[in-house]
Design a protein around this ligand. Structure first.
Ligand code: GLN
Length: 307
């Protein structure tokens, strides 16, 4: 495993396609050379290559976790009444797409779905809700986490599109009147700082039925892990989810900071960080690493060869 990820790191570090996201100005400051790959097994063993302790913000890789939290707190039926489970074939920030009859966002892996899910975070005030949310992320990571205030402010100032999505959701009664609070919680979850080791550990927690391999504490009930992973699989890579399923075949989620994580249930979590992203918002080096890694380790659930 260690040899393989070092090989992949060496092979793809010179890949120069893509650019760090700039629509959130603070993200444009990322170093395009940063590149890390970390595998964490369900026993907590880690294999690391590159800049594995360089910090970045979760961005949309936060979405599966916050969805898991909503399932744990409200149960499947109530969560599904707010947000569907169908892929859209649209970009992550799509405005037009709400389900025709119910007006639910199609799924929790796109911005509209994650904003609707954020409105469900429990607590009496913003501070309290933020602290509940952070406890859940910390249970996945296995230690305390911080929020980047610079990224939070930068996104908040420029989030006209997400703001319009939230107002549309309010119009259709999908979220309550605390629109700004919901958006703050959404921007804050996107601005949580982790390094590639943390994200890989969070992925391994999903691979380990919701139990952190190090702390042995449960982050979400195991019965909801399948909900989270199936949505990552069908919707986690937005309008290239089909291609991802076809060529890589493991549930995964990307974020515009350049992070991608994948989960091989019962075995391990994988995280890759490299800021340059393609036009769909996926780390260009990350996509190549996942393709080759999946092929080398025979990971695709559809391409298992019988030995
Ligand atoms: N915070 C980002 C946004 O809402 C997350 C998008 C992403 O990572 N794809 O635009």
């Amino acid at each position: 495993m260690q040899t393989l990820i070092e090989l992949l790191h060496n092979k793809y570090r010179s890949l120069s396609t893509g650019k760090p996201a700039s629509y959130i100005p603070e993200l444009a400051k990322a170093n395009a050379q940063d590149f890390a790959i970390v595998i964490t097994t369900v026993n907590g063993e880690q294999f690391c290559a590159g800049d594995f302790d360089k910090q970045f913000t979760l961005q949309s890789t936060s979405k599966p976790f916050i969805y898991g939290m909503a399932l744990a707190e409200y149960g499947r039926e109530e969560v599904i009444s707010k947000v569907g489970v169908e892929p859209t074939g649209e970009a992550f920030n799509s405005i037009v797409e709400l389900e025709k009859r119910t007006h639910r966002p199609y799924n929790p892996m796109i911005n509209s779905g994650a904003i609707a899910i954020s409105s469900l975070i429990k607590g009496n005030n913003l501070k309290n809700r933020e602290s509940n949310m952070m406890s859940m992320f910390e249970a996945f990571a296995g230690h305390q986490l911080e929020i980047s205030n610079d990224v939070f402010e930068s996104e908040k100032l420029t989030a006209h599109r997400n703001r319009s999505i939230a107002h549309l959701l309010r119009h259709f009664d999908v979220i309550d009147e605390k629109i700004d609070e919901t958006l703050d919680l959404y921007f804050k979850q996107c601005s949580i700082l982790v390094d590639t080791k943390d994200l890989s550990m969070m992925a391994a927690t999903l691979a380990n039925s919701g139990v952190n391999p190090n702390t042995k504490k449960s982050a979400i009930p195991s019965k909801y892990v399948g909900d989270v992973l199936s949505l990552m699989f069908t919707c986690g890579m937005y309008d290239s989810s089909g291609e991802w399923a076809y060529s890589i075949g493991v549930p995964a989620k990307s974020g515009v900071s350049g992070a991608i994580f994948g989960v091989v249930p019962g075995e391990f979590g994988i995280a890759v960080y490299s800021p340059p992203i393609d036009e769909k918002g996926h780390s260009t080096r990350g996509v190549e690493v996942f393709k080759e890694f999946s092929h080398e380790c025979n990971l695709s659930i559809f391409r298992k060869t019988i030995i």
